[in-house]
Every structure is written in structure tokens, then in C-alpha cells.
Design a protein around this ligand. Structure first.
Ligand SMILES: [Zn+2]
Length: 612
């Protein structure tokens, strides 16, 4: 669609004029702006419900939108403030009568974007913002057809967390503000389907789709995907979306989804969101997964062909309680989302695959945490981290995830599973559909667990002090210990690998001694066909370790095939790095040239930089 370019220019000139008149802002207290990553002041004027009208333009890689917000003017405020980032604001109207008003857009902050000030009256209850997304909208992943599995149609996905939703919708973009939304997405090209974190279609419609999310969610959970998408049910309330060429494989991989939801419910109470579906994104999707409510976004690399990587789905599903039902109020409280979710994910895996499997996963991620902590500022190893003035994405280390989970495990061990689970269930029940701070949780913990069962715990040390406290329940997996021994003994013969999970293969491969020679790698390969693996995690470990040991030429065709079909950044980065480090940079460049059209910009940028 190419409408209104002249109108846009004129309005743009007006908008520049508005900008220049922007008065100096009043100093803002932390009370009126409780979340330092949002310009909004929700205690004065708050946006509660969004009616979103979007037109999609794949040619221009642009969304044309009108966001109509139902607002409440709580403090007789003279203005309501929204977050924007790179949006071209065309026009703003207020009230039922849609009266046009002069808005003000502040100068752009490199992390937070720009505050949009809209004048309102004490009785104003509607604000409609007409806008277009900018060329660098951080939330929008426009993928060319070459980055998809089907290779015939382009694809669009959004990623809102942490503070990116403001780059495609003007909103009060704080996890502390909860909203409901209805959306109408039109101009969807023929043969393509749109889905959102809302009620979803199961059949393609004719170019226009409507959506409803009537449960209050933080704005970072508004999500949209558009592409050549088809649906397949797994159970009555669960199902999968994927490109048609991937759909059957995806459905097979996720056959246990209903069992997983039931297991989660038995631990922490009823699933609150109606349907639980997963969309598996095209190969170019650069991330792992995102817990968008009702519709988890997942990387295609979970499709391992052996149902072995479903822990990612357990993680995103667990967010239906921790994160989506009860949300961190600010990004400094991020561990409330992720620590709970990792703890919860382990419990689901334990119930489904046994305690020793969950323990193994726990130790692997504990090791990662310890490794990562070596390079972190000590202040960033606290659970509650002050993210003021920083990009909240910088706080997404293993600390909120794994240290957060171990904190909860330490608390669990103060009593027993029964009391602890009842406590967690009561936390979700008492706080559902709200956003909470660390301090809210600590109060609740004291009253309903510590005092109730007369136990003491070094809670302050865990939450506010750096490092790992001495009473950390350090995971110890006997399965991992056995693998390490088998790896060390490799010179004496090949191990018994019966029933090894891919995670075990990865650990075994990575534990092989530095001195392992090429003959041993060849021997392992001819017996266990590791070069031919379809599991991306095993492939990553095997290819990287082999390349570093000089077993390259024989496996290069498979390495090439892997790098061309997988797009997730962390899965390809280490393999390119290994090729470069051992002097095969020309091979790396040749393969990259071939793989590049299939990569997302995020992946492409990283590899380009490495190989230049
Ligand atoms: Zn998570």
C-alpha cells in the first residue's frame, strides 16, 4: 500500500513544528513514574483498553495504525503520556466526538524512545492515535521469503519484550500497566494468516482478521505474526501453528502438549487463558521463544525430530503463571518472571521425565550461571538489579533465571513440597492479573510462608546481595557425573550410550579431553552417526568440538547444511567462530554467503562482523 505520502509529508512538517514548541518537562517523581523505563504516569492518567486497527504493508515493511485507547484521567491531569519509539504520529483525537488535538512529541532518548503528550480534559475517556511504524522498528521482524521454510511468502513477527512494543504501538509501555485489547488487522496478503496473543483464527480468512484479548496483560505481551501459516489441533484446547511445510513435523514434536498443560495445572492451579497454542516460526527466527499469552512463539530448532527439546515449551508454558498471570512490575524485578519460571519448568520436567532428568538440566544451567558470573559486574549478580538508565535487555543474564530458581528451591527445602506448593499456588491465586514488585513478593512470603511455618531464611542476602549465598542448593546430577567419567575414559573405549538424551550427548561431547585425537572422533562418528544428527543442540556441540580438533573436511558438507538451514544466532555463531579460529575463514565466508539470505538481521549482523 502506498497511500498518502504527500499527506504524510505535510503532517510530518506539522509534527516537527509541534516538536519545537515542546515545553521543558516538569521534574518527575518516582511516585508519578514508578517504572523508569516508561515515560507514562499511570497514577495520573492511565490507558486501560486498546482498540487497534492495523494495515499491513509487506512491500514498504510498514504498519499503518490507529490505536484507540480507553483511558481514565485519575488525577485531573492535563495530559496523558504514551511511549513511542520511531513512530510517525500522524494525528491524535480525543473523546467520542474525535476532536483533533495538538500533541507534543519529546526528543528521542536512545533507550526509551520518545514521550507522546496528549492534552486531555478531566472527563476525557478516549484517545485515538493515528501513526505509522518507522523503518527501524525494533519490535518488527520482517522476514523475506528466503528466510522461511516454504520460500514463497514473506513473514512478519513481533517481539515486545522488554520495551519494544512502543516501536509498533503507542502505549504506556510498562509491565506495571495492564491492558486489554481488541485488534483488526487488514490488508493481509492473499494466502497469508494473521495470529496474535489473543483469540485466534484456525482457518485463513480473506485479508482481514479480528482479535480479542479480554484478560489484562502488560503491553510487552501484545504480539502479532503474519505469514503462510496453518493450524493443527493437538487436543481440545491445545494446538500448533506453523508454515504448512513444517506443520506435521511440528504437531508430532509437540504431541505431549496437553499432558504438559495438565501437569502444570496440577502444580499451580488452573490454566487461566483458555487455549494454549504454539506457533513455530520460520528458520530465520533469531530467538529462542517468547511466552505471548495463548500463543507461545517458538524457534524452529525445537523441532529436533525426537521430542527432546520440549523443555523450551515447558518454560514458555510456565510463564502462563509466572510472568503473564503475575508480572514483574518493573524490569528491575525481572527475576520474579524468570526465576519462578525456571523453577516451575524444572518441576514440570521432573513430573514428566523424572527427578534425575530435571536435576541434570538444573546442573547444566547452574554451570552456565557460574561461567557467566565471572564476566558480570558484581552488582549485576543480585536478584533485584537496578536497571535505571540502562537497557532492560542487559539484565537478561542467567542470574534472574537460574539464581532466581535456586532461591525458590532453597525456600522449598525449608519446609516440604506440600507446604511450598500450597504457598506458590496462593501467590498466583492472590495476585492473578496483577503486576508485582520484589518487595510485594517478600511481604507475601514473610506472612504466608516464613512466619506461618516459623522458618527463617537469609532472604535479604539472596535478593539484594551479589553472588551465590552459602546455603545455595547446588544441583548435583549423577547422570552428568557418569558422562564426565565416560568422556575422560574415552581412550579406553566407547561408552554405553543406551537411552542417552540429547542433553547427555551434548555434555559428553563437551567433556571430551583436550587430547582426544581425530581417530577417536571418527570412531565415535562411525558408531553413533553424530555428524548426521538432526538435533540442533547436538549438532552445535559436535561440529564445534570436531572443528576445533581438526576433524573438519569430512564433516564440512553437513556443517554447511546445518548453517544454511538453522538461523538462530547462538546456534550458528560458535560454529563460524570455530572455523575462523582454526584458519578455515574462507570456508566460513563461503558458507555464510550462501546462508545469509535465510538469516534474520540480528544473526546476519553478528556473523558479518565476525568474518569481515
Ligand atoms: Zn522465560
Amino acid at each position: 500500500m502506498k497511500f498518502q505520502s504527500i499527506v504524510v509529508l505535510i503532517l510530518f512538517a506539522l509534527f516537527i513544528a509541534c516538536n519545537q514548541e515542546t515545553p521543558k518537562q516538569e521534574p518527575i517523581t518516582s511516585d508519578s513514574r514508578p517504572d523508569r523505563h516508561s515515560f507514562s504516569q499511570p497514577k495520573l492518567a492511565v490507558a486501560k483498553h486498546l482498540d487497534l486497527n492495523l494495515k499491513v504493508d509487506f512491500d514498504q515493511k510498514k504498519l499503518y495504525g490507529t490505536a484507540t485507547w480507553t483511558i481514565e484521567n485519575l488525577g485531573k491531569a492535563k495530559e496523558i503520556i504514551f511511549d513511542t519509539d520511531g513512530l510517525n504520529i500522524v494525528k491524535v483525537t480525543v473523546g467520542q466526538e474525535a476532536k483533533e488535538v495538538q500533541f507534543l512529541l519529546d526528543a528521542q532518548d536512545s533507550v526509551l524512545g520518545a514521550a507522546l503528550h496528549v492534552p486531555i480534559e478531566p472527563t476525557t475517556n478516549l484517545v485515538a492515535i493515528e501513526y505509522q511504524t518507522g523503518p527501524n522498528a525494533a519490535a518488527l521482524g520482517w522476514m523475506d521469503a528466503s528466510m522461511t521454510a516454504g520460500k514463497t511468502k514473506p513473514f512478519l513477527f513481533t517481539q515486545g519484550q522488554a520495551i519494544l512494543t512502543r516501536s509498533w504501538i503507542p502505549c504506556q509501555d510498562s509491565p506495571g500497566n495492564r491492558i486489554t485489547y481488541h485488534a483488526n488487522v487488514s490488508d493481509v496478503p492473499d494466502g497469508m494468516m494473521a495470529v496474535m496473543s489473543a483469540t485466534n483464527p484456525q482457518e485463513p480468512a480473506k485479508n482481514t482478521y479480528t482479535f480479542k484479548m479480554d484478560q489484562p496483560i502488560p503491553p510487552y505481551l501484545i504480539a502479532l505474526a503474519i505469514g503462510d501459516i496453518a493450524f493443527k489441533p493437538i487436543s481440545e484446547r491445545t494446538g500448533v501453528y506453523a508454515e504448512p511445510v513444517m506443520l506435521d513435523k511440528v504437531a508430532w514434536e509437540f504431541a505431549d502438549m496437553e499432558k504438559m498443560v495438565e501437569t502444570a495445572e496440577s502444580l499451580y492451579g488452573p490454566y487461566a487463558w483458555g487455549r494454549y497454542d504454539v506457533i513455530v516460526l520460520p528458520p530465520g527466527f533469531p530467538f529462542g521463544g517468547m511466552e505471548n499469552p495463548r500463543l507461545t512463539f517458538a524457534t524452529p530448532t525445537v523441532i529436533a525430530g525426537d521430542r527432546s527439546l520440549v523443555s523450551l515449551v515447558a518454560h514458555e508454558l510456565a510463564h502462563s503463571w509466572s510472568g503473564n498471570l503475575v508480572t514483574n512490575a518493573t524490569w528491575s524485578d525481572f527475576w520474579l518472571n524468570e526465576g519462578f519460571t525456571v523453577y516451575f519448568e524444572r518441576r514440570i520436567m521432573e513430573a514428566l521425565y523424572g527427578a534425575d532428568f530435571a536435576e541434570m538440566q538444573d546442573e547444566l544451567e547452574y554451570n552456565e550461571l557460574i561461567e557467566e558470573m565471572k564476566s558480570l559486574d558484581s552488582a549485576d549478580t543480585r536478584l533485584k538489579v537496578d536497571m535505571t538508565g540502562r537497557n532492560p535487555d542487559d539484565g537478561a543474564t542467567m542470574v534472574p533465571y537460574q539464581k532466581g530458581s535456586m532461591f525458590l528451591r532453597m525456600l522449598e527445602q525449608k519446609t516440604d513440597r506440600e507446604k511450598w506448593d500450597a504457598f506458590l499456588k496462593s501467590w498466583f491465586e492472590a495476585n492473578k492479573f496483577t503486576s508485582r514488585t520484589t518487595e510485594d513478593f517478600l511481604d507475601f512470603l514473610k506472612k504466608n510462608y516464613l512466619d506461618k511455618y516459623q522458618v527463617t531464611a537469609n532472604v535479604e542476602e539472596w535478593v539484594y546481595k551479589p553472588g551465590i549465598p552459602a546455603n545455595c542448593p547446588i544441583p548435583h546430577s549423577t547422570r552428568l557425573a557418569a558422562l564426565e567419567k565416560a568422556a575422560q575414559d574415552i581412550a579406553n573405549g566407547l561408552p554405553n550410550t543406551k537411552n542417552w538424551a540429547p542433553q547427555e550427548w551434548v555434555h559428553f561431547i563437551r567433556s571430551l579431553p583436550e587430547s582426544t585425537n581425530v581417530a577417536t572422533f571418527k570412531n565415535l562418528d562411525s558408531k553413533f552417526h553424530l555428524t548426521q544428527s538432526t538435533n540442533a543442540q547436538v549438532q552445535l556441540a559436535w561440529y564445534e568440538v570436531n572443528i576445533r580438533h581438526g576433524y573438519v573436511t569430512e564433516i564440512l558438507p553437513q556443517v554447511e547444511n546445518y548453517l544454511v538451514t538453522v538461523g538462530r544466532r547462538y546456534l550458528v555463531k560458535a560454529v563460524y567462530q570455530a572455523l575462523k579460529d582454526i584458519g578455515h575463514i574462507e570456508d566460513a565466508r563461503r558458507i555464510f554467503a550462501k546462508a545469509k539470505p535465510g538469516y534474520h538481521a540480528v544473526t546476519r549482523g553478528t556473523i558479518e562482523e565476525m568474518l569481515k
